[in-house]
Design a protein around this ligand. Structure first.
Ligand code: PLP
Length: 371
């Protein structure tokens, strides 16, 4: 926390707006719109998952429709497809950004169309804060007139060619879950390009109450997805420390680059070119077992765990998940190899110097044993 969060929470109490309505919501929406420096229309919701769900509703996804989704992601990217009884079609990653492979994407679209159904939307993820191949994915999407839902849940602060993630999709989302780069304890954002879509998102998020009648009247399915004014107060304070957190994450990333630079077979995942600027939400490594004399991702994870240091394998792709494996998948084994050999390292903004030293000791000891 930065400190001012409590001040904005106090404002909610002072004005008695302990509800999903109030000034903190309006102020935080403005803060975010300013931050994104585009015509973005920001609507605060109570989770990133809710934002993806409403995003798909706004794009007209209905039961039986097909929705393309990056396979290497967190399950929350794909679950809302199932909420709508639509069908996910999973796509492999490319190695440069680990995100949606434009080649496999086009193959999938062509094949789904030949089977009689054009996908309704494409969910492209900025995984671990790294922007996806914005232009290549956009070219394919536009060629077949399919809208993009950008899952920027992990990528607040990231940029591609100087433009902020969260502004590339026809619709985009952020998450303010406790695990993300800034938090409202739980919360999310849906970003639309037009004011009318923002109004529609707000309408759906507050139970779809028909206007112009004194009683509760509903013509559409509604959702209870609006953020609380208390949470928005936390968010206002967090926006003030976003740049500080971004700098801290970058520093942690640099620490890992230095740590691994002389260890053969371990690569710290980094931006492919200067066009891509990650927020380094998490720093990840890939371990090439054939070059480390057999030290595997699990060996590194368990060595850290031995010292009570948590790390986690890279996301298990959705097409390999018990819940999703019956759905179509296009591509090769890039995502599954990243899962097999990739590890997410401790990357919290509050990681201390002493903690970095502990990590360093474990890593150097493990790789020295076999040197
Ligand atoms: C965290 C996350 C979400 C979901 O956000 P919540 O606010 O936790 O619901 C969606 N997609 C990705 C890639 C995420 O990391």
């Amino acid at each position: 926390m930065g400190g001012n969060e409590i001040k904005y929470i106090q404002q909610a109490f002072d004005t008695n707006w302990i509800a999903p309505v109030g000034n903190n919501l309006l102020e935080l929406e403005q803060d975010l719109e300013q931050y994104l420096q585009s015509s973005a229309q920001v609507t605060l919701l109570n989770s990133g998952t809710a934002a993806i769900h409403l995003g798909l509703v706004l794009l007209g996804v209905q039961a039986g429709d097909e929705v393309i989704c990056q396979s290497l992601t967190f399950s929350a990217s794909a679950n809302p497809i199932l909420y709508l009884k639509a069908i996910p079609v999973f796509i492999d990653s490319e190695l440069e950004t680990w995100n949606l492979c434009p080649i496999a994407l086009e193959e999938a679209i062509v094949d789904r169309i030949s089977k009689g159904k054009k996908p309704k939307a494409i969910i492209a993820v900025d995984l671990y804060g790294m922007p996806y191949q914005v232009e290549a994915v956009r070219t394919v999407a536009d060629k077949y007139s399919i809208p993009i839902l950008e899952d920027s849940a992990e990528a607040l602060g990231s940029t591609y060619k100087g433009k902020k993630c969260g502004t590339f999709g026809d619709i985009a989302v952020f998450s303010f879950n406790g695990s993300k780069i800034i938090t409202t304890s739980g919360g999310g954002v849906i970003i639309t390009k037009e004011k009318s879509l923002k109004e529609k998102a707000l309408f759906l998020a507050t139970q779809s109450q028909d206007k112009g009648v004194p009683h509760y009247q509903h013509s559409e399915i509604g959702y209870n997805y609006r953020m609380s004014n208390i949470s928005a107060g936390i968010g206002r304070g967090q926006m003030e420390v976003l740049n500080i957190n971004l700098a801290l994450r970058k520093k942690i990333h640099q620490f890992y680059i230095n740590l691994f630079k002389d260890i053969t077979g371990v690569t710290v995942f980094d931006a492919p070119t200067d066009d891509y600027c990650s927020n380094y939400w998490l720093t990840t490594i890939v371990i090439e077992t054939s070059l480390t004399r057999g030290i595997s991702r699990e060996d590194v994870r368990l060595a850290l765990l031995e010292e009570n240091i948590e790390s986690r394998p890279v996301m298990k792709p959705m097409h390999l998940q018990p819940l999703f494996k019956k759905f179509p998948y296009y591509g090769g084994n890039i995502a599954s190899k990243l899962f097999e050999n990739g590890l997410c390292l401790p990357s919290g903004s509050n990681l201390s110097k002493e903690e970095c030293e502990r990590i360093k000791t474990v890593i150097l000891a493990l790789f020295k044993e076999v040197a």
